[in-house]
Design a protein around this ligand. Structure first.
Ligand SMILES: CC(C)(COP(=O)(O)OP(=O)(O)OC[C@H]1O[C@@H](n2cnc3c(N)ncnc32)[C@H](O)[C@@H]1OP(=O)(O)O)[C@@H](O)C(=O)NCCC(=O)NCCS
Length: 159
């Protein structure tokens, strides 16, 4: 497995992985449809942000995308192909993302997680700091907000 900068030409493959990974939690198809826009990775979005993918035998099996907003660095996307889950790919991409944030001089990374993925981020060392309130089909939906403390460049390499 290697981690490489994502090519904007890979937009369709990344979009497919984001949809497949989200479906993995068993959400109704109409919910997946309502999230289509945020699960669609457009070439320009990939190019303008810090986007890296994990490749195995030439095939993309996961990716992440970091965005910079007024309030700092956000892990906006992290998705692993269902067939590749549970093999440490998410951990490897997460560590890579932290290294990128560190090189860019950020001291924290914000994450708005799917409720099913919050445990993964906690396992990676992120702390829950609140919730983001959204709505689906007229019902409130709470998304855990987490914060990861990025080591400074002086702290040296992460273990
Ligand atoms: C959540 C996700 C990114 C994890 O990636 P992964 O490659 O399957 O995870 P890894 O194999 O690297 O797991 C690393 C560790 O986290 C744990 N872990 C993985 N997924 C977890 C979860 N959903 N909840 C709690 N712990 C989890 C693993 O057990 C492992 O623990 P260990 O340190 O004891 O070995 C991936 O399953 C995924 O894409 N899920 C669906 C989409 C999604 O919701 N993505 C996040 C959007 S906010």
């Amino acid at each position: 497995m290697e981690i490489l900068r994502a090519d904007p030409a890979d937009a369709a493959a990344l979009t497919e992985i984001a949809h497949a990974a989200k479906r993995h939690w068993g959400y109704p198809e109409r919910w997946i449809e309502s999230w289509r826009d945020i699960l669609t990775m457009r070439p320009q979005f990939i190019a303008e942000n810090v986007t890296y993918c994990a490749k195995e035998d030439g095939r993309i099996i996961g990716f992440y995308l970091l965005t910079t907003e007024n309030d700092g660095m956000h892990l906006d996307h992290l998705w692993i192909s269902p067939h590749a889950m549970g093999r440490g790919i998410g951990r490897a991409l997460f560590k890579h993302a932290i290294e990128q944030a560190k090189q860019l001089g950020y001291r924290e990374m914000k994450i708005e997680a799917d409720p099913n993925a919050a445990g993964f981020y906690e396992r990676m060392g992120a702390k829950r700091v609140g919730v983001s309130l959204t709505e689906i089909e007229g019902r409130p939906r709470e998304l855990p907000l987490l914060l990861f403390a990025v080591p400074s460049k002086r702290d040296g390499e992460m273990e």
